[in-house]
Design a protein around this ligand. Structure first.
Ligand code: AP5
Ligand code: MG
Ligand code: ZN
Length: 214
């Protein structure tokens, strides 16, 4: 199964991707996670990407298209993949179609997780992430038992630099301008399935499964 998860920052793409991977055994491709790792490792890519990410702007298309192309060619994607946070612009979506064509692969579905804007701001500013294993917490629905220590790996639980109120507002504007047009783009191609993301994560996942025909 080859799927795209489409949704605003904070819509729950990462949260649902984790459940989809556990259920369907597909590869999880998050361009945000790949970029954050490059930033943490201090690579040249990371240094370039950091200034865009910290400002809540998109990293240039040619950079992320290259990352996605390399990742999609890795062997674990043969069992299927879930794209989380890519594509995010029309040129990225066009490039994805070309890359999949070259690889002899095709998309099965684009699942849009739709969430009200007020809820997005609340979720993002309350999100906390583990630096060690990447586990995502939320001060509103799932806190670590100790303030800044991960329950899973004991790593440091921190707030993503781009989860401050100011940057969140810009990320949501960037989503509206650059990424929201992909809803119509994939609707026209007949791939789009819309899921109500304003429910608790398990209820959202039930709807994601239904949208995937499970
Ligand atoms: P990226 O890491 O992709 O961030 P994003 O799209 O802004 O999305 P988020 O990860 O913030 O939200 P999510 O939908 O995964 O929500 P989550 O499940 O964590 O990108 C970061 C940056 O990298 C971009 O700004 C850009 O600079 C760059 N970048 C990445 N890809 C790029 C691309 N293709 N092109 C160009 N630049 C790119 O949930 C959020 C919170 O809510 C969590 O705390 C969670 O616990 C909670 N939550 C989840 N579901 C629910 C629910 N149902 N109810 C209540 N709370 C919930
Ligand atoms: Mg995410
Ligand atoms: Zn951890």
């Amino acid at each position: 199964m080859n799927i795209i998860l489409l949704g605003a920052p904070g819509a729950g793409k990462g949260t649902q991707a984790e459940r989809i991977v556990a259920t369907y055994g597909v590869a999880h491709i998050s361009t945000g996670d790949i970029l954050r790792k490059a930033v943490a490792d201090g690579t040249e890519l990371g240094l370039e990407a950091k200034r865009y990410m910290d400002a809540g702007e998109l990293v240039p298309d040619e950079v992320v298209i290259g990352l996605a192309r390399d990742r999609l060619a890795e062997p674990d994607c043969e069992a299927g993949f879930i794209l989380d946070g890519f594509p995010r612009t029309v040129p990225q979506a066009d490039a994805l179609a070309m890359v999949l064509g070259e690889l002899g692969r095709s998309l099965d579905a684009v699942v849009q997780i739709a969430v009200d804007k007020d809820a997005l701001v609340k979720r993002l500013t309350a999100r906390r992430t583990c630096r060690g294993c990447g586990k995502v917490y939320n001060l509103l629905i799932e806190r670590p038992s100790q303030y800044d220590v991960c329950d899973v790996c004991g790593g440091e639980v921190y707030q993503r630099e781009d989860d401050s109120v100011e940057t969140v507002t810009n990320r949501l504007d960037v989503y509206e301008n650059e990424t929201a047009p992909l809803v119509e783009y994939y609707e026209r191609k007949g791939f789009l399935r819309r899921v109500d993301g304003n429910q608790d994560p398990d209820a959202v996942f039930d709807d994601v499964r239904a949208a995937l025909g499970d």
